[in-house]
Design a protein around this ligand. Structure first.
Ligand SMILES: [Zn+2]
Ligand SMILES: [Zn+2]
Length: 314
């Protein structure tokens, strides 16, 4: 299909295929080039339009991708059945009086770095790095996917108590020195925080072992757990994911290689923003009478290749 190529200087045009080689004489306006001393390039308005449409599409695609990543980032913190948003929960918990403004920022509140890992059972655990350093702490919790909200909340609260510890003897960092990270101070704070956040009333002195106290908090919290959305008998373990060892654009690369291997194609190149160009073997022409194909995507290029026929260029 021939298109109009217009000189931006003299506004005169010639008709030429939409896809021209970069050094095709029809790309340039001779009279203007001679007058100016440099090559004056014609532009193809139809092609420019096509380009702007493609750019538009790319922009929209990028936006969708951004939104998707954002939603995914939020889901990283959601775990349990029914699900609990650990980040939202933590944002609320750092304000507890039991933590003595350990997380108070000049404006608003600090939130320790949180990482939520998942496991395929009912077990939950947590670890707090940099205990006693408040906002600088890092909390990693590993939650069973079918853990009820009470279990998730208890672990989160437990780790926040480490993060808010005022003396380092209550921090895990000191554990190796024979000090108890779950000492008296920890137990008091944990019980106080549980009472304040969830209305669980427990006297911590009756528990000598931290595990017993933790269990008690969890059991009391469980009384207000909503029923699970997936009943236990219907729970299915997730299949192990398969990791691709190839480049991330696997299908795109395969398509590209397939085009390069086509006997009618001499060479195929991909330009960063200019789409894909394929030179055809002599004796083959594209549907619009060119010796070269130009498309914006690998899929379009494959379709264009399907329409290649034998013949001489017009
Ligand atoms: Zn001109
Ligand atoms: Zn602990």
């Amino acid at each position: 299909m021939n298109r109009l190529w217009v000189c931006p200087n003299c506004a005169k045009g010639v008709r030429a295929p939409g896809r021209l080689r970069k050094n095709d004489v029809r790309r340039f306006c001779y009279p203007c080039s001679q007058g100016k001393g440099v090559l004056v390039e014609r532009v193809c308005p139809a092609l420019e339009r096509k380009r702007s449409v493609a750019a538009d599409r790319a922009k929209k695609k990028a936006k969708r991708k951004r939104e998707k990543t954002k939603a995914k980032a939020k889901m990283q913190y959601v775990v349990g059945d029914p699900p609990v948003d650990c980040m939202e929960e933590m944002k609320r918990l750092v304000r507890l009086k039991a933590f003595g403004r350990k997380f108070k920022a000049p404006r608003g509140w600090y939130v320790p770095k949180l990482e939520v890992r998942r496991r395929d059972d009912n077990y939950s655990s947590g670890v707090c790095f940099g205990s006693g350093s408040g906002r600088f702490a890092r909390i990693v919790i590993t939650c069973g996917r079918w853990q009820p909200p009470s279990g998730v909340k208890a672990v989160l609260l437990h780790e926040l108590c480490h993060a808010a510890a005022t003396s380092t003897s209550n921090g895990l960092l000191r554990m190796g020195r024979g000090e108890d990270p779950h000492g008296q101070e920890f137990k008091l704070r944990f019980a106080e925080a549980a009472a304040e956040a969830y209305g669980v009333d427990i006297a911590p002195c009756q528990f000598t072992r931290m595990e017993a106290l933790h269990h008690e908090v969890k059991t009391r919290l469980a009384k207000s757990d909503p029923p699970p959305t997936i009943p236990p008998e219907k729970r299915k373990r997730r299949a192990r994911s398969v990791f691709m060892t190839h480049a991330n654009n696997h299908t795109g690369l395969l398509g590209f290689n397939a085009i390069a291997a086509d006997p009618r194609v001499v060479e195929v190149t991909g330009e960063k923003e200019g789409g894909y160009w394929a030179d055809l073997e002599p004796g083959y022409i594209s549907y619009d009478g060119c010796t070269q194909l130009h498309e914006w995507t690998v899929t379009d290029m494959k379709a264009a290749l399907d329409r290649v026929e034998k013949g001489e260029p017009e």
